[in-house]
Design a protein around this ligand. Structure first.
Ligand SMILES: NC(=O)c1ccc[n+]([C@@H]2O[C@H](COP(=O)([O-])OP(=O)(O)OC[C@H]3O[C@@H](n4cnc5c(N)ncnc54)[C@H](O)[C@@H]3O)[C@@H](O)[C@H]2O)c1
Ligand SMILES: *[C@@H]1O[C@H](CO)[C@@H](O)[C@H](O)[C@H]1NC(C)=O
Length: 312
């Protein structure tokens, strides 16, 4: 039985544990808060049962079989014993990550793959206290990873090809959709594209061009309809009779003209932002009841979409 150790049993650690178990791996879940990992397992059991009931459980195994693959630990050395792959999911703080990887390296064999879930830190910083960085990478999931399958694999400058390939194979085996960055960059690919969308959406609302509600509809009823199945490159390729080059001949100049009119990075902390915050809060008030209901709805819709994509 191949063992994966998950370090940190918060939102993302629990999701990874479920994803790896769905692919048949034995998963050891560790947290440095005593009792926290055990509590996470109780929560996971409930979620697995609910998913099974709703016919949304991933993998070939039953909920009970998947749960039997999971174990919890308060002791790091015990948690790492026998593992071949480590997925770190602790707080998003550089020092915390650097230190935990330094500790982990002392306790595992030289071939064990060290993978971080970090969203915003680059591998050369996260792994700066690790001695053998050729086996280190970031595997950045998208929340919630159980329903959104993309994982960005980002190498450290010293990471060897075989480590990227093995991780790609593991992620594929457990049903995630891995993509490989060829080198590290701040924001990776997902958050860079997301930042570009956030920036222009913000400017359009701020400049009085469109409402908060309507800019969200631009994505959910327009661009997003396609993007759930084909990306921006294929979208262009299919939108001109002779493909991408033809598309650029027709529309490239227009796109460049629009791009030059974007203006500087918006200041999200300026006085003007307040009216944008308020407009959003009028649509969805920030009390726990309203927010929890919308999150529940989001996850339900994502499950439906995941099912649709699977059937195609
Ligand atoms: N939440 C998201 O949307 C999201 C998406 C992608 C990636 N990530 C990344 O995943 C990581 C975890 O995020 P999260 O949302 O699960 O956070 P979280 O706060 O829910 O969970 C963090 C867990 O790590 C534990 N922990 C902290 N320090 C530890 C240590 N030294 N050793 C062992 N356990 C420790 C905490 O007790 C807690 O249970 C972060 O790096 C985050 O950037 C989060
Ligand atoms: C460093 O890690 C690689 C990849 O896991 C491994 O093949 C190599 O033996 C390690 N080197 C040392 C000195 O431990």
């Amino acid at each position: 039985m191949r063992i994966i150790t998950v370090i940190g049993s918060g939102l993302i650690g629990r999701s990874w544990a479920m994803v790896f178990a769905s692919g048949g791996f034995s998963v050891k879940l560790y947290d440095n808060q005593p009792g926290q990992a055990a509590k996470a397992l109780t929560e996971i059991r409930k979620q697995l049962e609910e998913l099974e009931e709703g016919h949304m459980l991933r993998g070939e195994l039953t909920a009970a079989q998947q749960f039997a693959l999971l174990s919890s630990y308060d002791d790091l050395a015990q948690a790492l014993e026998g593992c071949f792959f480590v997925q770190e999911c602790v707080f998003e703080q550089l020092e915390v990550k650097q230190n935990i990887f330094q500790d982990i390296e002392q306790l595992v064999g030289k071939d064990v793959i060290l993978s971080s879930s970090t969203s915003c830190l680059v591998p050369s910083n996260v792994f700066s206290k690790v001695q053998n960085r050729s086996r280190c990478l970031v595997s950045h999931p998208v929340n919630p990873p159980y329903h959104v399958k993309l994982v960005e694999l980002v190498p450290h400058p010293e990471t060897v090809r075989t480590i990227m390939d093995t991780t790609h194979a593991i992620m594929t085996k457990v049903g995630q959709a891995p993509v490989c960055l060829k080198k590290e960059i701040d924001g990776f690919a997902v958050n860079r594209v997301q930042a570009a969308i956030i920036a222009e959406s913000w400017r359009l609302v701020r400049d009085g061009i469109i409402s908060v509600k309507d800019i969200d509809l631009v994505m959910s009823e327009g661009l997003g309809m396609r993007y759930a199945f084909i990306g921006p490159m294929e979208t262009m390729h299919l939108n001109a009779p002779k493909g991408l080059e033809d598309y650029m001949q027709r529309y490239g100049e227009g796109i460049m003209r629009v791009l030059t009119s974007f203006g500087p990075v918006p200041d999200f902390f300026s006085e003007g932002s307040k009216s944008i915050f308020n407009e959003m809060c009028e649509l969805i008030p920030t009390d726990q009841q309203h927010l929890a209901a919308r999150k529940e709805k989001r996850d339900q819709l994502l499950m439906g979409l995941a099912k649709l994509k699977k059937d195609h």
